[in-house]
Design a protein. Structure first.
Length: 68
């Protein structure tokens, strides 16, 4: 298992090559309104909910937090 984002993405692609996957990566961007404060826990809860609704729970994932 990778310990950095770059390697993790290469790993995900390599794993997908041995499956019937047609898309090895799903990307999502969450942006709260500029005047709202959202905690890391709230972001993680939203991500988990989205994964479940899309049937992606229990799949490998990488989450990158950054500020604009």
């Amino acid at each position: 298992m990778s310990d950095n984002l770059h390697s993790a993405l290469h790993e995900a692609y390599a794993v997908s090559r041995g499956t019937r996957a047609t898309q090895f990566l799903f990307s999502l961007s969450l942006n709260p309104p500029p005047n709202e404060k959202v905690s890391v826990d709230e972001f993680e809860a939203a991500i988990t909910t989205i994964e479940q609704k899309l049937g992606l729970d229990n799949q490998p994932r990488a989450i990158v937090f950054h500020e604009k």
